[in-house]
Design a protein around this ligand. Structure first.
Ligand code: ADP
Ligand code: MG
Length: 235
């Protein structure tokens, strides 16, 4: 589903160019659960923005489901995001003093979807994200960090995307709550076949995925399945 080749991204600040991504390339198949791991500043968020059609590369190609995104206009990219991609960020970005249900339906507010359909889809997404009905009418500022991140996951699911991009989704959570959220991604991958790209700087988080792509100073330095890694570790 995803094929990127020779992706570079150059940021210009004043008259200084900085290459945040250098010749990045990989393929991710439908239904994979992949972690992109690297230290702070290695280019993870830059890469996620490109994969999520929020930004375009300086050079290189990006094929998503056979379409070359590097050739599309901003409007066409917005359409792709809306159709295919759900985003979960480290900072939860929920509306405060607004109910869980309403927060979960936000992405549908501008879609041509009836109120009944919005309500139905938001409830399904909240269930899928592991939030129980007792919380649906709570205001988002009355929830714990873990519950808030589940609402954020539900919001990413409400458009029924095939690809979920999560940038440091457990960054603001304690270890135990983080485990629960990571379990939710695993379940969405196994039971619903969602393709998941999880971005993190922590190995324990990355290890929830089936494959880890390591990135350092804007370059892919390692890319392998967890099974292969376990074999290497045993040597
Ligand atoms: N908009 C920007 N303008 C200039 N430099 C940027 C911009 N965004 C990111 N960078 C730089 O690119 C590098 C990679 O950043 P980022 O992709 O956010 O890394 P990560 O998510 O791995 O911490 C960093 O050195 C950062 O300072
Ligand atoms: Mg980042």
């Amino acid at each position: 589903m995803i094929e990127i080749k020779n992706i570079t991204k150059t940021y210009r600040t004043g008259d200084v160019d900085f290459q945040a991504l250098k010749n990045v390339g990989f393929t991710i198949k439908d239904g994979e659960f992949v972690a992109i791991m690297g230290p702070s500043g290695s280019g993870k968020s830059t890469l996620m923005h490109i994969l999520g059609a929020l930004d375009t590369a300086t050079s290189g190609t990006y094929f998503l489901d056979g379409r070359d995104l590097s050739k599309l206009s901003d409007d066409e990219l917005a359409e792709i995001r809306c159709d295919k991609i759900g985003f979960v960020f480290q900072s939860f970005n929920l509306l405060p003093r607004t109910t869980v249900l309403r927060n979960a339906m936000l992405p549908l507010v501008y879609a041509q979807v009836s109120h009944e359909e919005r309500d139905k889809r938001a409830r399904e997404a909240l269930f899928s994200a592991g939030l129980d009905e007792g919380h649906f009418y709570h205001k988002s500022n009355q929830l714990s960090g873990g519950q808030i991140q589940r609402v954020a996951i539900a919001r990413a699911l409400v458009n029924n995307p095939s690809l979920i991009l999560a940038d440091e989704p457990t960054g603001n959570l304690d270890t135990k709550t983080g485990e629960i959220v990571l379990g939710t991604f695993q379940r969405l991958n196994e039971e619903q076949g969602k393709t998941i790209i999880l971005i993190t700087h922590e190995r324990e988080v990355a290890e929830h995925a089936d494959r880890i792509i390591f990135i350092r100073d804007g370059e892919v330095v390692e890319d392998h399945g967890q099974h292969a890694k376990r074999i290497i570790n045993r040597k």
